[in-house]
Design a protein around this ligand. Structure first.
Ligand code: GRF
Length: 195
């Protein structure tokens, strides 16, 4: 177990479903000197999620779960989180909605990144809504997960301008870079004020 200034590091599990760029940026950040947390487990509901490669590359334990039976799956997840002494969960492109049971067990200990300026555009397809509504700005939000979709307390947000030439794809691409910078910052802020 790693330590910082004699103190144990906070153990984090990241949940993913796909590409994993946010996971990658959290891993990179965790490896910087003086961070007081470590990512020790990665959970994916997709066995071929690209993000799992970052687990292999960085020697982090990973777990693939099958969400066919949500109740059963989540009780397995809870057991594994407990077994690994996980204190904080970061959702990073995890495309499943966690049940109240997990959210209650990890109350105020689950973070998520969402590609919109919440409370605007909860749920899916945020970029197409921004383009369709001709919004001048969009952004991303890191928030605490509660039992309502994309509704928990906001930790940090970053706004970007929507360009005239933007389409869904270009906007998503540009915003992703901003997301990748925002998540570690928000995690650091959350840990320093809450843990
Ligand atoms: C991000 O846009 C995130 O905001 C959303 O899902 C996407 C995940 O991307 N929840 P990645 O897998 O981290 O690259």
């Amino acid at each position: 177990m790693e330590k910082l200034n004699g103190k144990k590091k906070i153990k984090i599990c990241v949940f993913i479903s796909g590409r994993g760029t946010n996971l990658k940026s959290l891993i990179n950040f965790s490896k910087q000197k003086k961070t007081n947390f470590e990512i020790i487990l990665i959970v994916s509901n997709k066995k071929n999620a690209k993000g799992l490669n970052f687990a292999i590359k960085n020697n982090i334990k990973s777990l693939i779960i099958n969400y066919k039976n949500k109740k059963k799956t989540e009780s397995i997840i809870l057991k594994i989180l407990k077994k690994n002494s996980i204190e904080l969960v970061c959702l990073a492109g995890f495309m499943k909605i966690l049940s109240k049971k997990i959210i209650k067990k990890y109350k105020d200990r689950i973070l998520n990144i969402h590609p919109s300026l919440l409370p605007k555009y909860k749920g899916l397809n945020t970029h197409s809504k921004v383009i369709k509504n001709k919004d001048r700005f969009t952004g991303c939000t890191v928030h605490i997960v509660n039992s309502k979709l994309d509704s928990g307390k906001i930790i940090l947000q970053k706004k970007i301008r929507v360009l005239k030439k933007d389409n869904e794809k270009s906007l998503a691409k540009r915003l992703l870079k901003v997301e990748n910078q925002l998540y570690p910052k928000a995690l650091k802020k959350f840990i320093s004020t809450n843990l």
